[in-house]
Design a protein around this ligand. Structure first.
Ligand code: AMP
Length: 287
């Protein structure tokens, strides 16, 4: 049976999601942006382009087998889904924000009866219940931060990533509600039916993410300095050391390193007299 894979059709999560699926090996052809669904050419997988906020419900009810969306959307939906893989993008957090001029610095100071504008009514309701506060929730579909200015609400509950939107609107955070990033979600029922294909896809996506954070480094190192190389390149299971034909003085060293270590590793290799230092990206890393 064809696996149905829901992905966000627009917005912040769309582009990176498509990039991950393509790099993971799903052949989606051309014209990706204009179709509502695409059958992968090389796998029994159909990719459906859906609203990020609809994806949790579609996974929960079995309309799709697997989906990528923000953890905030799943929290808002109230469904309990299986978070099969955190995707390390779409980072944001949900917060209560108050006008600077309100004098409030912490959510505990918010009075009963206050009006809270939000596109996340369920999360907001649960949060204020947990604080033992009775507030009225005003549901808006976007631009919550303008609502206090318009006099429609006193405070807001909204997503924050850099905080610049709040700053622009002279608001400050008074309470952090939850942290979110994009993730792959599935359900128990889907795993029962399509477990093998789902794990294959999840493992592929994971190997792409792992590989993106690594580099392959190669260098010719003076044989006498070899003991120092291991300290420079802890690598996965240590570096590979190869003989260079016709050159007894140097050996070739290959290793996988963390991308953010590249600068340091190159500097250290140069310090011990390495030549021909080369780094390349890695497409997949399967452990
Ligand atoms: P969009 O379709 O662009 O509204 O994006 C929806 C998802 O992007 C949200 O559910 C979040 O998971 C994620 N996201 C990440 N950062 C932000 C942000 N600063 N504001 C809104 N959504 C964000």
């Amino acid at each position: 049976m064809t696996l149905k894979f829901g992905v966000p059709n627009k917005g912040r999560l769309n582009e990176r999601t498509i990039e991950l699926l393509t790099k993971a090996g799903l052949d989606l052809g051309e014209d990706i942006g204009r179709k509502l669904y695409i059958k992968a050419r090389n796998q029994d997988v159909e990719v459906l382009f859906l609203r990020a906020q609809d994806i949790p419900e579609f996974v929960a009810t079995g309309a799709i087998d697997i989906g990528i969306t923000g953890q905030d959307q799943v929290a808002e939906s109230g469904y309990s889904l299986i978070d099969a893989l955190d995707l390390r993008f779409g980072y944001c957090h949900m917060a209560v924000a108050v006008p600077e001029a309100s004098g409030i610095r912490d959510a505990s100071e918010i009075k009963d009866g206050s009006r809270i504008a939000t596109s996340y009514p369920n999360i907001a309701r649960r949060y204020f219940e947990s604080l033992g506060k009775e507030v009225s929730i005003i549901v808006v579909t976007g631009a919550a931060e303008i609502m206090p200015y318009l006099g429609i609400s006193d405070f807001i509950v909204d997503l924050v990533s850099t905080g610049s939107t709040l700053k622009m609107n002279r608001m400050i955070e008074a309470g952090r509600i939850l942290d979110s990033q994009a993730a792959v979600f599935t359900s128990e029922a889907a795993l029962q039916e399509q477990g093998a294909l789902i794990s294959e896809l999840v493992n592929s996506i994971q190997s792409v993410i792992e590989a993106e954070n690594k580099k392959y480094v190669m260098a010719d190192v003076p044989r006498a300095r070899l003991p120092e190389v291991e300290a420079i390149i802890p690598g996965i299971g240590g570096p590979t050391v190869l003989e260079i034909a016709g050159n007894g003085e140097y050996v070739a060293v290959h290793a996988v390193i963390d991308s953010d270590q590249t600068f340091h590793v190159i500097a250290e290799l140069k310090r011990i007299g390495a030549k021909g230092i080369l780094t390349t990206p890695i497409e997949r890393l399967v452990n």
